[in-house]
Write a protein that binds this ligand. Structure first.
Ligand code: UD1
Ligand code: CA
Length: 462
């Protein structure tokens, strides 16, 4: 059986955070989520996560995995070797055990599978995945003799010669179950950190005259380990570049992609053009030939073809084809804009259906409403949906005209081609084809200004 053990209990002190290191977000997903994805190496593989103080959150987020608790504190041993030993009862002698650090989210499943194949094909007792870094500082170094793997020496235990070595341990290992269990039982804490190092297991297995392999993979970006917030930001840049490149190869046009942030789970159709500052989050689906400008944020939404979005925020909403939105509009959850709707400057839509060709060009709030086709929503219109206690819904039928600055106090039903005069506060239903006007009639007072001037003059003379 294949077993993958992911180490995620470390205190992550270098992160200087109240939050668990592996639960920090990398492009909106937990660091650990990427590692769990990559570790999904075969259908019948078993994944075990070693959790620490973060056990509760890890259980909530990754409940389908086996989670072991590592207790942290002065009375307990510490170190990657101790962490692995907590999974020992899950390991059979003939299992293939892959061990991964929980802080290497850039690893790809392809590389991991290639590494496991090398381990199995060579019939190794233990294998290590290494890479070459220009700046190997902080990593464990691979010490070789006559090119043969000898041992791993941690930075803190390394002398000057070892520190010059550029081949590093990525924190990815494969073991034969029996040999791993034996080696774990003979680990000691004789090192500068007083920890049980998993890395010593490889040396122990080698010294037992078992076959050990160390395989060098040459894309160091994949093995980037995150220990502090600077490294987190570097990892984000690498991940974003990788994701954006894939979208571009698949036909998406990006202007200055370093300033475009797209979730790994999003889908985007070809010839859609994305400008700097745009952010596409979650499992959003975007069609073909769309234009997404400025700092638009699209979160968990469906955008069909030929949609233009300019500097707007769209959350959990559905936008059909030919719609144009913005600048500076906000679709809050459950907004559904049907074909060719136009939503202009500073318009907010929430939990509302807006029918084909309906237009709300400026400064409006459309909340909790069903709007039909070909409606004109004037400037400053407000759907008053809240009475202080309850939310209510209004319905506006096809072809209606809502004059500027009208208030539609829900629940109100405006039937087909109903007209609402500008400035009206509508609290009752409006029948088909009617004009509804609710405001004081206009009075024009002749000669008012002349009289006022005279009055003012008299006051000044006094
Ligand atoms: C480790 C390796 C080092 C390697 C580097 C690669 C050891 C001794 N050193 O160093 O050779 O170059 O990774 O990134 O393994 N963890 C636990 N329990 C513990 C300690 C750690 O679960 O008691 C977890 C951490 O949460 C982390 C992972 O193990 O996900 C690695 O621990 P970390 O402290 O980051 O090890 P490094 O010092 O980076
Ligand atoms: Ca690390």
């Amino acid at each position: 059986m294949d077993i993958t053990i992911i180490l995620a209990a470390g205190e992550g002190t270098r992160m200087k955070s109240n939050k668990s290191k592996v639960l920090h977000k990398l492009l909106n997903h937990d660091i650990l989520e990427y590692v769990v994805d990559a570790a999904n190496i075969s259908d019948n593989a078993k994944t075990i996560v070693i959790a620490g103080e973060n056990e509760k959150q890890i259980k909530e987020k990754f409940g389908n995995l086996i989670i072991k608790r590592q207790h942290i504190g002065e009375q307990y041993p510490y170190g990657t070797g101790y962490a692995v030993s907590l999974a020992i009862e899950e390991i059979e002698d003939n299992d293939n055990v892959v061990v991964l650090n929980g802080d290497i989210p850039l690893l790809t499943r392809e590389s991991l599978l290639e590494f496991i194949k090398l381990h199995k094909d060579n019939n190794n007792s233990a294998s290590v995945l290494s890479t070459i870094l220009d700046d190997p500082t902080t990593y464990g170094r691979i010490v070789r003799e006559n090119n043969e793997f000898e041992k791993i020496v941690e930075e803190k235990d390394a002398n000057c010669d070892v520190k010059k070595i550029k081949e590093i341990n990525t924190g990815i290992y494969a073991f034969r179950g029996k040999d791993l269990k034996e080696a774990l039982s003979s680990l000691n804490t004789q090192n500068s950190q007083g920890e049980l190092y998993l890395t010593d297991c490889i040396e122990i297995i080698k010294n037992n005259l078992k076959k050990v392999g160390c395989y060098t993979f040459y894309d160091p970006n994949e093995f980037y380990g995150i220990n502090n917030k600077y490294e987190l930001s570097r990892a984000e840049i690498i991940m974003q570049e990788r994701i954006n490149k894939k979208f571009m190869i698949d036909g998406v046009i990006m202007h200055n992609p370093s300033m475009i942030r797209i979730d790994k789970d999003a889908k985007i159709g070809k010839d859609t053009e994305i400008y700097p500052g745009a952010c596409i989050l979650g499992k959003s689906i975007i069609g073909e030939n769309c234009i997404i400008k400025g700092s638009s944020r699209i979160d968990e939404s469906i955008i069909e073809d030929n949609v233009i979005i300019d500097n707007s925020v769209i959350e959990k909403s559905h936008v059909e084809s030919g719609v144009d939105i913005g600048p500076f509009s906000h679709l809050r959850p459950k907004a559904h804009l049907k074909e060719n709707v136009h939503i202009g400057n500073f318009v907010e839509v929430k939990n509302a259906i807006v029918g084909e060709n309906t237009k709300a060009g400026h400064l409006a709030y459309i909340g909790d409403a069903d709007l039909g086709k070909n409606i004109n929503v004037g400037c400053g219109v407000i759907f008053v949906n809240y009475d202080g206690k309850f939310k209510h819904r209004s319905t506006i039928e096809d072809g209606a005209f809502i004059g500027s600055n009208a208030n539609i106090v829900a629940p109100v039903h405006v039937e087909k081609e109903g007209y609402i005069a500008a400035g009206s506060t509508i609290t009752n239903d409006v029948g088909s084809g009617m004009l509804s006007i609710e405001r004081a009639s206009q009075k024009n007072i002749e000669g008012y200004v002349e009289k006022k001037k005279k009055r003012d003059k008299l006051k000044e003379e006094k």
